[in-house]
Design a binder for this molecule. Structure first.
Ligand SMILES: C[S@@+](CC[C@H](N)C(=O)[O-])C[C@H]1O[C@@H](n2cnc3c(N)ncnc32)[C@H](O)[C@@H]1O
Length: 215
């Protein structure tokens, strides 16, 4: 961690980090009862989950734009969680939390069925080599899990700047229990701030593909 991440981690982690029972690895989640998020947030409100929240730019923007919604971000890289915590504290946001954990395991073990307003996964790791495609986040198993955790009408929003992954995402999502809200690609999700991943893709001449599917 850099000094500002270390400071954020030290001073603000208690307010924003949700501790969970672990499996065998440091970012795994042990099977357990789902978290009662209304206790965590001390209120009952619609809940969004973000998988791979990175440095928290989208999470913070969503939390700031929707004080009436709660959002939990899953991220496996501790310094990124520290950056997110620092940004949340700087804006004194109370409607966001982070979990240092694999987001798929987090959805499976910490989130009750039919409880989410939306799931966000922006610029998930592309895993370019074909022998690594099985590691991609947007898979049939993950889409089935997301569909189960969304409330009826809830939305799964994804974006990528890698065309082959975008096409694979669309194929997987079209075969999932979810329904495309658009006739093909979705318009850019206007609430999503421009992160370094999106900017890097655009600077390299790539197109950014958004998808939005509904349970
Ligand atoms: C390419 S970055 C995108 C970050 C952010 N969404 C953005 O748009 O700036 C992908 C992020 O997902 C995280 N990640 C990868 N696999 C994950 C998983 N299974 N659960 C949670 N986070 C994951 C990585 O550590 C990384 O921060």
């Amino acid at each position: 961690m850099n000094p500002s991440q270390e400071r954020a981690w030290r001073e603000h982690r208690a307010a924003y980090l949700v501790d969970v029972a672990r499996g065998t690895m440091s970012t795994s989640v042990a099977p357990q009862d789902p978290v009662d998020w209304s206790v965590v947030f001390a209120r009952s409100a619609p809940l969004i989950a973000e998988i791979g929240a990175g440095n928290g730019d989208s999470l913070v923007a969503t939390a700031a734009a929707h004080p009436d919604i709660d959002i939990v971000g899953f991220e496996v890289f501790e310094p990124s969680i520290a950056s997110t915590v620092g940004k949340l504290a700087a804006r004194q946001l109370t409607n966001a939390r982070v979990v240092l954990a694999d987001g798929v395991q987090g959805l499976r073990h910490l989130v009750a069925p039919a409880s989410l307003e939306a799931v966000h996964a922006f610029f998930p790791d592309p895993w370019h080599k074909s022998r690594h495609h099985k590691r991609r986040l947007v898979s049939p198993a993950t889409c089935a899990l997301v569909a189960d955790r969304l409330r009826p009408g809830g939305l799964f929003r994804v974006a990528t700047d890698w065309k082959d992954y975008a096409l694979a995402m669309r194929e997987v999502l079209d075969g999932s229990p979810l329904t495309n809200t658009c006739d093909g690609w979705a318009p850019r999700f206007e609430e999503r701030p421009m992160t370094k991943y999106e900017a890097r893709g655009l600077a390299a001449g790539r197109t950014v593909y958004d998808l939005c599917y509904r349970r």
